[in-house]
Design a protein around this ligand. Structure first.
Ligand SMILES: Cc1cc2nc3c(=O)[nH]c(=O)nc-3n(C[C@H](O)[C@H](O)[C@H](O)COP(=O)(O)OP(=O)(O)OC[C@H]3O[C@@H](n4cnc5c(N)ncnc54)[C@H](O)[C@@H]3O)c2cc1C
Length: 534
């Protein structure tokens, strides 16, 4: 067991009916759905930083949804199953995809203004792995618009209280029942003991585990690590998706160049101007993103270059580029890259966690009263690889299902108060450098040893290092004052170990897990599951 330090020796108790940890698409949608269904219950939602600091805000491409007569559910289902490479749960895939139009219409009703074409129809984008145009988007700033609309909507409900800059440290669970969480208010430095009838983790991904990522700083896998410590089953962590095209520039932090750009004709080239995707896949630049990431990785290793180019300037007129990709245009201009005139330097980067806490469609887990939705969950939708633009959709559908379940269950649930935070011998740390050193070390060896292309030897090396670091990090919890960086470091290390152990146990290459020592798929398709202790 970990013994935890304390920020200040003040203990504050709060009670609520539902505690939602996370305010991206899944957390906010759940709050709104619940508030509508059970207006007499109180909902308390916390976010680690401000509300807009979440993966949702950065989503560019859009939301996949069957929308016109050229398309049908069966095509979207098949595309998702093909991407998932034998590990999707087909029932879940069918449920998510057939629910999509209703969830999208709800967003439209709330005020999301998806981009329309000259005829007034929605302008449907196409992305890698999709057989049809079916991506509803708000130019290239879909997530920002969805998040802002949900923030506006959530503010209409009196029974939803939101606290920003509150960082969940750990869940309180006993005998596989969760009664709430310990939460650090980062401004007052007080630790709250929040008990709830049900606790819902909507904490997003864990991209910060890797050196290069498209994710914002909040993505440190907190929910997955907390659920793991609480006894939930964690599944498929080896399937971390790498986005092929993240802007490469010394001062650009995690900026993704949307896949929709390749959908509109942009082409990958090495820095000498040679196209290379034809060597790797018959769909060339529109191959699934794992193939494209691996192809870029192989080209970089072959040539020794630091980056490749994504060229839209040679294929589309400046007006088209500016109207379709205003976000990318503006961001690149900040670094003096004019994408209407020159190619964009790009590298692959960690992007999306296909694995997570094993849940049903409604977010329920093996721990009673603990629910997990959104990117932290592993519902079976993505299998061994996520189809582009299926994740905002999953967040919306699972939030809807979760709210329905909680509304039905609420009469059977009660608030159980739990024991106070146990202060350790914590003192303020004068040695912040050890935390940043460990953080850097994890991100670097995860990138080099547990990245796009893996080997048994690299994975074993990573395992040795993470075991050492986990020992050190657990020690800090005795000695150091609890603050967000330390909470995140412990969670990063836990999730890194979950990824490493899962990757070692998969003796094949499948979906986005590629191990040179086992280049083929085995005949046995199965989930990788882990439960404490490993
Ligand atoms: C650059 C980028 C582009 C993308 N483009 C697309 C796209 O076009 N289409 C698509 O479908 N998907 C896209 N994705 C993926 C998609 O955005 C995410 O999977 C989805 O938004 C996740 O939503 P979520 O609600 O699960 O988590 P998030 O939106 O990441 O929200 C997580 C929340 O949890 C909170 N949190 C985390 N830890 C704690 C803690 N310890 N205590 C308190 N709060 C905590 C955070 O503060 C935040 O509020 C993209 C992702 C990125 C990064």
């Amino acid at each position: 067991m970990y013994k935890l330090g304390i920020a200040k020796k003040i203990l504050l108790k709060l009670k609520t009916d539902f505690l939602i940890i996370g305010g991206g698409v899944s957390g906010l949608s759940l709050a709104i759905n619940l508030a509508n269904l059970v207006p007499d219950e109180n909902i308390f939602l916390i976010t680690k930083e401000s509300l807009i600091d979440c993966n949702t805000y950065y989503a560019q491409g859009g939301i996949a949804c069957v929308w016109n007569n050229n398309d049908n559910f069966e095509k979207h289902i098949q595309d998702t199953l093909i991407a998932g490479d034998g590990l999707c749960d087909e029932k879940v895939v069918r449920a998510v995809i057939t629910n999509a139009p209703e969830r999208v219409i709800e967003l439209i009703d709330m005020g999301v203004k998806f981009t329309q074409n000259a005829e007034g129809d929605y302008d449907l984008g196409k992305e890698g792995g999709h057989s049809e145009r079916r991506i509803l988007h708000v130019n290239d700033q879909t997530g920002q618009n969805v998040e802002q609309t949900l923030i506006k909507e959530v503010s209409k409900f009196n029974n939803i209280q939101i606290k920003q800059n509150w960082c969940a440290i750990n869940l309180f669970s006993n005998n596989f029942r969760c009664d709430g969480a310990y939460v650090l208010d980062q401004e007052s430095e007080e630790i709250y003991n929040i008990s709830a009838k049900a606790t819902i983790l909507a904490t997003g991904g864990a991209g910060k585990i890797y050196l290069y990522t498209t994710n914002p700083d909040v993505a440190s896998g907190d929910g997955i690590a907390m659920a793991y410590r609480a006894g939930a089953i964690i599944a498929n962590m080896e399937f971390y998706q790498f986005h092929p095209t993240c802007l490469y520039h010394p001062y650009a932090k995690s900026f993704l160049i949307t896949e929709a750009m390749r959908g509109e004709g942009a082409v990958l080239k090495d820095i000498r101007g040679n196209k290379f995707m034809q060597k790797y896949h018959p769909s060339n630049d529109l191959a699934p993103r794992d193939i494209v990431s691996r192809a870029i990785d192989a080209e970089l290793k072959r040539t020794g270059d630091d980056y490749v180019y994504l060229d839209i300037a040679s294929y589309k007129k400046p007006d088209f580029i500016k109207t379709h990709f205003p976000g990318v245009y503006d961001e690149c201009m900040k670094f003096n890259i004019d994408i209407t005139k020159e190619p964009i330097p790009v590298v692959p980067a960690a992007h999306y966690s296909c694995g997570g806490v094993l849940t049903k469609l409604d977010g329920s887990t093996k721990v009673k009263n603990l629910y997990v939705i959104g990117e932290s969950a592993c519902t079976g939708l993505h299998g061994a690889n996520r189809l582009a633009s299926n994740s905002l959709l999953e967040g919306l559908v699972c939030a809807h299902e979760c709210a329905n379940t909680l509304a039905k269950e609420v009469k059977n649930l009660k608030i159980n108060e739990f024991k106070e935070w146990e202060p350790g011998n914590a003192v303020p740390s004068t040695e912040a450098v050890v935390i940043s050193q460990n953080w850097d070390e994890i991100r670097r060896f995860m990138w080099n040893y547990v990245g796009i292309v893996r080997t048994d030897l690299r994975l074993q090396r990573a395992k040795k290092r993470i075991n050492l670091l986990l020992d050190e990090i657990n020690q800090y919890y005795w000695d150091f004052k609890i603050e967000k960086n330390l909470v995140e470091l412990r969670n990063l290390a836990t999730v890194a170990k979950l990824i490493i152990v899962s990757a070692i146990s998969r003796k094949e290459s499948r979906g986005i897990h590629y191990n040179i020592d086992y280049p083929d798929k085995s005949t046995m398709s199965r989930l990788t599951t882990l439960r404490r202790p490993w």
